[in-house]
Write a protein that binds this ligand. Sequence first.
Ligand SMILES: NC(=O)c1ccc[n+]([C@@H]2O[C@H](COP(=O)([O-])OP(=O)(O)OC[C@H]3O[C@@H](n4cnc5c(N)ncnc54)[C@H](O)[C@@H]3O)[C@@H](O)[C@H]2O)c1
Length: 301
Amino acid sequence: MELKGKVAVVTGAGRGIGRAVALLMAEAGARVVVNDLGGAVSGEGEAKEPADQVVEEIKKAGGEAVANYDSVAAMQGAERIIQTAMDNYKKIDILVNNAGIVRDRMIFNMTEEEWDVVLAVHLKGHFACTKFATIYMRQQKSGRIINVASDASRGETGCANYSAAKAGIIGLTYAVARDMDRYGVTCNAIAPLALTRMAKDVQASAESSQKSGKPISKNVINVFSEPSEIAPAVLFLASDQAADITGQVVGIGGGKITIWAQPGPERYFYSDSPLSTERINELFNTTLGMGKNLKLNPIYY
Ligand SMILES: NC(=O)c1ccc[n+]([C@@H]2O[C@H](COP(=O)([O-])OP(=O)(O)OC[C@H]3O[C@@H](n4cnc5c(N)ncnc54)[C@H](O)[C@@H]3O)[C@@H](O)[C@H]2O)c1
């Protein structure tokens, strides 16, 4: 899959999945803006080295890349990230919204700051970079946006902030796909499972829960792949071959690729008159809820 002549912006590309995507896209011929704030997995701190190292790796392999160290969570930062592509390469064909952090906590212990910062990096970060990229993509009448969602969007224990942000990213993906369809721009999301520093924390806490006999909502052990195994799916969605794929969520990792169902009503009951509470109760016991699991479903990867 060739990306010759294309310009890609990959956020959070200094490590993990973003790094693998930036390297693969550069290998495929794209000129790449490698954005990374360079902080800890919790979002604290900053460093230029992660982005610089990836740019160096790309250049050593004969590719073209430029670093940017702004935070996706600030409107001005996001504008500068996209402007880096315009200043250096005069266009932007591909945006991969990948930067992310975690601040896990049970909902009753979660602080306002833990909520705000996770929503800011993931959901606002996706919005901000997408807003500035689509200004140019709309004029070009072409473009590819690949968002990074998560299986946690289906509701994960101990990370209401992260789950809500990732579910928001899926809603954003659907809406941007609709907004940009008329301009020849696609917008899809991936739900990856990759052995990065972020997932190592998830896996370690699952393993310790399992050892101490605590119930875990599902088996999160041994489902992760190397980041290099995630990148080909992103390259595919960014390619000319994926021109007719938009508004989709693609799961990738753990030795498989999936395409997600679109959310929406599953059962209908039409009524000519307003439904009373008693009638609704009856419907739940008969047609609407009959034979349906009305409790939490386990998350299957
Ligand atoms: N690893 C998994 O299994 C998994 C599963 C589902 C979703 N994800 C998502 O994949 C994406 C990449 O995560 P990863 O696993 O590679 O983790 P990672 O920690 O290795 O990489 C994330 C990168 O984003 C950068 N970053 C964080 N905040 C930033 C900001 N405000 N601006 C710019 N850069 C910032 C970090 O410095 C880091 O280099 C994240 O959105 C994450 O939520 C990962």
